[in-house]
Design a protein around this ligand. Structure first.
Ligand code: HEM
Length: 197
């Protein structure tokens, strides 16, 4: 004898299955993605602009804003990483295997750079002996002892990581546009609309 469950029509069955699948990212994942994108755009532009300014109160202020933005990025990326590990992303769009691999590699690289770049900036400013006072409210701990030679090396590495991050972000953006405007799939759309969670 068939149970009511077995008696589901194929239409009802497929509708239920479709509802069970995540259609997009959670609203937290989408909000974090765009907030981090906005902050790294501002943080990068400010960083590239401020370094060549002559020493002045304005330069000192810009350095402080740059550090606050970078620390915020670091905190948000750590939250985003935990969210990503605990919430299943929507199923992949059908695409050639090499594209899927390239996308995964780019995503891992983005996470690594988004953690390493601000961490290196924080190490740099600690080695320079200038503590970070986040939002003028909280003094963050120094990550290393003052060491001017080390600060110079860390500043170089921080700059290198930031510029590498720029290129990886540009590649990631170009791939999203290719999916949207050439392949006409929902890769970009699903990072714009969110499902409930
Ligand atoms: C994702 C986050 C961050 C990005 C994208 C970023 C980007 C940049 C860029 C593009 C520069 C200019 C590099 C150059 O052209 O020489 C720079 C410089 C700098 N950043 Fe960051 N930064 C970030 C986070 C941080 C954090 C968290 C701190 C400190 C708490 C920091 C401290 C500095 C300092 C001190 C400099 C000047 C280095 C020097 O003396 O040459 N940055 N950053």
């Amino acid at each position: 004898m068939s149970s009511p469950r077995d008696a589901r029509s194929p239409a009802v069955s497929s509708e239920t299955d479709a509802l069970a699948l995540p259609a997009g990212y959670t609203r937290t994942a989408v909000a974090l993605h765009w907030l981090i994108a906005l902050l790294i755009t501002c943080g990068f532009s400010l960083g590239a602009y401020m370094v060549d300014l002559h020493i002045s109160p304005r330069k000192v202020r810009f350095y402080a804003y740059h550090k606050w933005i970078g620390i915020t990025v670091l905190a948000l990326v750590l939250i985003r990483s935990v969210w990503r590990l605990t919430h299943k992303p929507p199923p992949e769009e059908p695409m050639p295997r090499w594209q899927l691999r390239a996308a995964h590699l780019t995503h891992y690289l983005l996470y690594a750079l988004l953690i390493a770049t601000p961490l290196c900036g924080w190490l740099d400013t600690s080695a320079a002996g200038i503590p970070v006072v986040y939002l003028k409210l909280w003094q963050l701990p120094d990550l290393v002892h003052k060491n001017r030679d080390l600060a110079k090396v860390l500043a170089e590495i921080h700059g290198f990581l930031a510029w590498t991050l720029l290129w990886v972000v540009l590649l990631h953006t170009a791939a999203a546009f290719k999916h949207h405007f050439i392949d006409h799939d929902s890769t970009l759309r699903r990072m714009l609309a969110w499902r409930r969670s």
